[in-house]
Design a protein around this ligand. Structure first.
Ligand SMILES: Cc1cc2nc3c(=O)[nH]c(=O)nc-3n(C[C@H](O)[C@H](O)[C@H](O)COP(=O)(O)O)c2cc1C
Length: 527
């Protein structure tokens, strides 16, 4: 059953014993973060890592406000959010759709009808109005009315941390939904932290190119075609060498049903709209309403909607911000979002998250992405058997993959394929093992990888784009990556020594000991 909105989701969390309501007064400045950090690193009542989702109901200086946090912060809740008992179920559903062959006859066509009917449910539906329009504020509004968190002591201010940001591709007209944090500068302006490789940033660059072309300034157009969000420690900057002026419309939904919020972090290809992904995950269309002041649509059932523009000729220092790497991401220049209107429910629930040293709730969201994307990765890397992005690798730092190796050099081919695949391009360290290594078992991986490598021979370095959050790379956004080929080496790869077998007891002896094991275990005092 899909959840129509955040409230249905909160009710489901409540029913499942996954939500705690906190009536003690708490401060959105640092205190909620400290509480949530302790909760996410602890165990819940069932002894499961992640702690409960929390609805704070008594927020200092925000009478009547409520803050939802840690909604995705355990494996169980991630599955509940997506309505599955195992995340691999979603991968299986994707596989069914990818398996579709051209129908051979009328019978095949008839067999496809249920699938086509199901696909019809994925597309978003525009509706006339919705709960997010209960209050429409075009004049007297202030972001400071919402209980927006300041998460860590060195953060540059308050940050909206769970915003579903909608932009429209100026070229194709297609919408994109991405989650990009927003630093609150004042009552009506925020930062717009779309990192330069993300789709919101590409829409922004395209808007710049178009504005420059309209002004007839070819030089400005070509400047705009490259990313001119150069690093600087300065304050607000305007028009770098005459940046074309103009605006780009942006709309932000805060507090949506969990499938929509999750879809905003999914690294979908640019032309696949995330509302379609949310529809697929929910098995029901996302209902969208038109915004009041911009030509964009947002989920009708959102708790809060922020409408406005980023100006094409304005960048401003954003950050620092305590990030999911466990370190502060450094300040940098990003576009500025100017609000033109706020719409919300009468008593909006402010949905947020904190990121910091793992594990936090984004770790469970990332793990869900890993499981769901495996079948899609296999489309371009068919030898892939399994992948693991360990939580402490903060997703862009470490990916362990097992492959069915069939030809010399294949591990290096796989590394290059990963570095060419959407946001997997950021992966700082790719470890490739043979298919008999269980990548989910880090003890097995450590044993086999370190035994199997001759470091000088098996480590491949690659230069290229790195995550904006990487504070160690030689330059912001550009640096080196490393692949470790920990597969068995073949003669065809120049390895002529014999490769030893892994130690495994023979079946006969194992069976012999199995038969005596109960008695032996009692005698030995082990389970
Ligand atoms: C809690 C959370 C906060 C995030 N904040 C940012 C951010 O500030 N900037 C950014 O570029 N990506 C951020 N991401 C990652 C993006 O949401 C993710 O890369 C997504 O695929 C971007 O959407 P896009 O592919 O449509 O651009 C965040 C992810 C999570 C889970």
């Amino acid at each position: 059953m899909p959840f129509d909105d955040l409230r249905q989701w909160i009710a489901a969390l409540d029913r499942a014993g996954e939500l705690k309501r906190v009536k003690t007064e708490v401060d959105p400045i640092l205190e909620i973060a400290e509480i949530t950090d302790r909760v996410s690193k602890g165990l819940d009542a069932k002894g499961v890592p992640g702690g409960p989702a929390i609805l704070f109901e008594n927020i200092k200086s925000h009478r009547g406000a409520r803050v939802l946090i840690n909604q995705f912060g355990s494996e169980a809740r991630m599955k509940l959010a997506l309505g599955v008992s195992s995340l691999d179920e979603i991968a299986d559903r994707i596989r069914v759709f990818m398996d579709v062959k051209s129908p051979q006859g009328i019978l095949d066509k008839i067999k496809m009808l249920p699938m086509l009917a199901e696909m019809g449910k994925f597309f978003p539906k525009i509706v006339a109005t919705g709960p997010c329009k209960e209050v429409i504020q075009r004049e007297k509004f202030s972001l400071l009315d919402f209980p927006i968190l300041r998460c860590w002591p060195q953060d540059a201010g308050r940050f909206i941390t769970l915003p579903c940001v909608t932009t429209r591709d100026p070229k194709s007209g297609k919408r994109n939904l991405g989650m990009y944090r927003m630093q609150v500068y004042d009552e009506r302006t925020t930062g717009m932290h779309w990192q330069r490789q993300k789709i919101g940033a590409e829409h922004y660059r395209e808007a710049l190119r178009r504005a420059a072309n309209r002004s007839g300034d070819g030089a400005a157009a070509s400047r705009a075609a490259v990313d001119i969000m150069a690093r600087s420690s300065g304050g607000s900057v305007l028009a770098e060498g005459g940046r074309p002026s103009g605006k780009m419309e942006v709309a932000i939904a805060i507090g949506t049903d969990p499938a929509v919020t999750f879809s905003a972090i999914v690294p979908a290809p640019p032309d696949v709209e995330e509302y379609l992904i949310a529809g697929f995950l929910r098995g029901a269309p996302v209902e969208l309403v038109k915004c009041e002041t911009v030509d964009l649509e947002v989920p009708a059932a959102s708790e809060i909607v922020l409408e406005g523009h980023v100006h094409l000729d304005e960048l401003r220092t954003e950050g620092p911000f305590g990030d999911h790497t466990g370190f502060y991401s450094l300040e940098d220049l990003y576009p500025v979002f100017h609000l033109s209107c706020v719409t919300h429910r009468k008593d909006p629930i402010y949905a947020t998250t904190i990121v910091g040293k793992p594990p936090q709730e984004d770790a469970y969201m990332g793990k869900a992405v890993e499981r769901i994307f495996l079948p899609l990765m296999k489309l371009t890397i068919p030898e892939l058997v399994d992948i693991n992005l360990p939580i402490e690798g903060v997703f862009h730092n470490l990916m362990i993959v097992s492959i069915r190796k069939s030809y010399p050099g294949q591990a290096r081919k796989v590394m290059n394929a990963i570095w060419s695949l959407g946001q997997a391009m950021f992966t700082k360290c790719v470890i490739v093992v043979d298919e008999d290594v269980d990548v989910q078992n880090l003890a097995d991986v450590t044993l086999k990888v370190l035994n199997h490598i001759d470091p000088e021979r098996d480590i491949q370095f690659m230069l290229g784009p790195v995550d904006s959050l990487d504070h160690a790379s030689r330059l912001p956004n550009y640096g080196s990556k490393m692949g470790i080929d920990a597969t068995r080496k073949w003669a065809g790869e120049g390895f002529t020594r014999p490769w030893p077998d892994e130690i495994v007891m023979d079946a006969k002896t194992r069976a012999l000991v199995d038969g005596k094991w109960r008695d032996l275990a009692t005698e030995l005092g082990i389970k």
